[in-house]
Design a protein around this ligand. Sequence first.
Ligand code: FAD
Ligand code: MLT
Ligand code: ZN
Length: 470
Amino acid sequence: MSDDLLSRIAAVVGPNGLLTAASDMAPYLEDERGLYHGRARAVVRPGSTIEVAEIVRLCHERGVGIVPQGGNTGLCGAATPDATGAQILLSLSRMNTLRAIDPVNFTMTVDAGVVLQTVQETADKAGCLFPLNFGAQGSCLIGGAIATNAGGAGVLRYGNTRDLVMGLEVVLPDGRIWDGMRALRKDNTGYDLKQLFIGSEGTLGIITGAVLKLFPKPKDIATAFCALSNLDSALSLLARARAATGDLVSAFELMPRIVLEITTTHVSGAADPFGEPYPWYVLIELSSSCSDGTLQNSLEDFLGAAMEDGEVVDAVLASSSEQRRGLWRIREGIPEAQSREGGSIKHDISVPISSVPAFIRRATSAAEAALPGVRVLAYGHLGDGNLHFNLSQPIGADKEAYLAEYVRLNHVVHDIVVDMQGSISAEHGIGQLKKEELAHYKAPLELDLMRRIKDVFDPNGMMNPGKVLL
Ligand code: FAD
Ligand code: MLT
Ligand code: ZN
């Protein structure tokens, strides 16, 4: 890359928008999990869509690869450049304008660099709900969540990010700007182009703006942490909760005993709600936009019935928002607690909801046989059939030696996932971490179609090179 490019970029973004010193660039060049360390010629932080387009055009002319980055919280190394130092890292973090909110149309229009939690809080102030929520919401950017089609705890009620985006503005790999910022609930004018960019992990273009779908704000919320007699009870409890509440379940998160052990050890504010240990737990949340305050009673009623039938052994119902936050702290603290337990080999999988218990039993036996002493943390979004089947290193094992088993253990688990008609990446994407797994498990026809789509948008392979597709 010539210095001429950097001086042209500096002229576009100004002195605050271009970082070249190693110490300034360092936080952008390592991924959230510390698995990937990249290099870049420069970190560029444009302040507007026009500036993004100008930078992309300059890089396009010179054949320079671009790695888009949001909050750098992704879990697959998708926002980390390679080791060549030839690529530009383009951070959206300065593009953080809330462009408009329309509570009558139930939409919000934002720059891609707005923090997800700011989107949620802005919706809340306007009497609405933006339902996307997960542990990284305080630091991930809405553009990054869109580019990974993030899921989280509200999917069973409101859908994935894909279901929450109505319009997009995208800078294409040649620098042209696609204005797809429609705020329409119905639009059947041919192919739905925005859906190609959602979940494309920066490989087809740079998302600079979005029109987001809002919902009525919940006025009544009821939360319970339940101890279960056995794993299969989780499924009957989910069905019972949906039927008993007129489908008002907005979270249904499964956790095994080990989660309580590690979160209460490592996460401040996480405490075991019960006096004795149980094998499985479920965090249930109900929410309604009616303010008649009946949810707590419904929750008590169906949990009472579930206890009589032996599905639930014990339950704690949150009686204040502080208590509710404490219960969520256990669930949201899992990634932090697990990282403190040493090496973690993650599997972000989905199977049909009805197959979850069978999957957990099969995959647990297989993982324990493949690596004696491995600690299985099978937890997550049961209401979506999405489990984080994460394997923590055996106690006392060497972290590097354990992580060297990553691919072997991935195959042990993913073979079972595929055999049970599941997905090897339910919500975190592919990035660099799973691109070999994708090539191994995805049907050749689907891979061929994906490559052809990539070629249409980015024939020179300049947009997030080396990610998703081999
Ligand atoms: P980054 O990490 O910066 O980037 C992610 C990808 O998007 C990269 O490929 C990047 O190139 C691309 N990208 C970023 N911005 C743009 C843009 N504007 N245009 C084009 N491409 C772009 N995910 C879930 O789905 N569900 C969960 O429950 C969940 N929980 C999490 C909990 C924790 C504690 C953490 C750390 C992560 C969790 N995640 C979860 C992972 C989730 O994928 C990311 O947190 C989030 O979606 C990524 O947003 P980001 O802004 O940090 O993107
Ligand atoms: C979660 O739901 O906690 C994250 O998606 C899982 C993870 O960090 O593996
Ligand atoms: Zn998750």
